[in-house]
Design a binder for this molecule. Structure first.
Ligand code: PMP
Length: 436
């Protein structure tokens, strides 16, 4: 029975924290959406490798050679984990934010960007001088697809553009950026359908999989997305690395994200006093400087660990936890769970809620101080979405997450995953009932 397979071992299972009421209790980490605890397996793999790490792509010594091999194997492991196409490139970055900023720098001239206002700021903000169309919050997955279709069609000059768009970008290049699973509601977005809509209108699509990849298999081929971005620290590999994987053409036509060693193939002084640079045309083009060798190794270790544990098992167990939390919160009338697509919409282990009469920050502080439970409060770097969900104005700059914020201005988020034991969600539900 998949739901009874039990949690995967993670670091911090035995960490105790003091309670304001006296004594101490084991810490219940219920903030996986911010950063997940490391899988023990990832930690062990990194510890086994640690004595051997060295510089990659720049050393003649045995350990540099070994590290270079492992670094490139890690790239292959990530490509396999994401079920990438043959010609796709995997670029190692610092995080999802970094990956999307990299892609933003690689947009072709005149590229238009389409993004739902419900996105995380990492998807909303990096687009620089590009013309961005912010799409209204949809209330169903189907409405998301319709909204995107309509916005892309508005940009098409004629009804025949659909046919012509298959031959390139007759209406200019466009990029859609969409989340796979919301970091606020945990709700799954109809990525495959959005990708089909984008492609039908000659646009490309990047998937922000920061919250999806830790909970669900992500197949670039099946979803037919052009790029995918995710972060190691949410995938149980907390060492400051991330991934941008997908089509090579825009990336290789762009200026290097960082200029420096590693990205350059040759550099020569010119007679006129300047320098000529020939940049790499592989992933290295955007990986200048010495990379985060341990971070990359850890991401690959996490990909292997999750694959071996089996997403069927992980998804089934997480569904059991989500159902438990949902049912438990539904029993408390003062609690309102936030959702765009309706209470029954499928979601990963991320739920945000507000409690009648409570300031969310005080509620989160009480969960920590009185029960040893770590959640997050605030607007979760998705201000327009949380304001919409709270019935406010997505255009109101307002106040974000300050402890003195009035009740109703922010929310509480509980999030969990492969390492979460039943006891943590039971303690959480008991605490909510008691506090209310
Ligand atoms: N997108 C989503 C959906 C996220 O939840 C997050 C992190 N909260 C990010 C992007 C940014 O990830 P990072 O902070 O690792 O860059």
């Amino acid at each position: 029975d998949a739901c009874c397979a039990g949690p995967l071992p993670v670091l911090g299972r035995d960490v105790t924290v003091p309670l304001v009421t006296g004594g101490e209790v084991t810490y219940a980490a219920l903030d996986y959406a911010a950063s997940a605890p490391a899988l023990q397996r990832v930690w062990d793999d990194v510890a086994a490798y640690a004595p051997y790490y060295g510089s990659v792509h720049r050393g003649a010594g045995y350990l540099s050679q070994l590290s270079t091999d492992l670094f490139e194997q890690s790239r292959a492991t990530v490509a396999e984990f994401l079920d990438c196409r043959e010609a796709d490139q995997v670029v190692f970055t610092r995080s999802t934010t970094d990956s999307l900023n990299l892609l933003a720098r690689a947009l072709p001239a005149g590229c238009r960007v389409f993004v739902f206002e419900t996105e995380h700021h990492a998807s909303l903000l990096p687009w620089g001088d590009a013309q961005v169309t912010y799409l209204d919050a949809p209330r169903t997955p189907a409405q998301a697809v319709e909204t995107l279709e309509r916005a892309l069609a508005d940009r098409d000059p004629s009804p025949s553009s659909r046919l012509r768009s298959s031959r390139g970008y007759p209406n200019g290049p466009a990029l859609v950026c969409v989340t796979g699973a919301s970091n606020v509601t945990g709700e799954l977005w109809p990525v495959r359908e959005l990708a089909a809509a984008a492609h039908a209108h000659g646009a490309r699509i990047v998937l922000d999989a920061a919250q999806l990849a830790p909970h669900h298999p992500v197949s670039v081929r099946e979803l037919d997305v052009d790029w995918v971005a995710f972060s190691g620290h949410k995938l149980y590999a907390p060492f400051g690395s991330g991934v941008l994987a997908g089509r090579a053409d825009w990336l290789q036509a762009a200026e290097p994200y960082l200029a420096g060693g590693g990205a350059s193939r040759t550099v020569a002084r010119r007679t006129d006093g300047g320098v000529d640079v020939e940049w790499h045309t592989t992933a290295a083009r955007h990986e200048a400087g010495s990379p985060n060798v341990i971070g990359v190794y850890a991401i690959a270790a996490a990909c292997k660990a999750l694959t071996e544990a089996g997403f069927d098992t992980l998804v089934a167990r997480e569904r059991h936890l989500v159902d438990t939390v949902r049912a438990g919160l539904a029993d408390v009338p003062e609690v309102r769970v936030l959702s765009l697509f309706g209470d029954d919409a499928p979601r990963v282990g991320v739920l945000s809620f507000v409690v009648d009469g409570w300031n969310s920050s005080h509620f989160a502080a009480a969960l920590s101080a009185e029960y040893g439970i770590g959640v997050r409060d605030g607007l979760f770097c998705a201000h327009p979405l949380v304001r919409t969900l709270l019935g406010g104005d997505p255009q109101d700059p307002g106040e974000c997450g300050a402890p003195e914020a009035a009740p109703g201005l922010n929310a509480i988020r509980v999030s969990f995953g492969a390492g979460t034991p039943d006891e943590h969600v039971e303690r959480f539900l008991g605490a909510v009932r008691e506090l209310v």
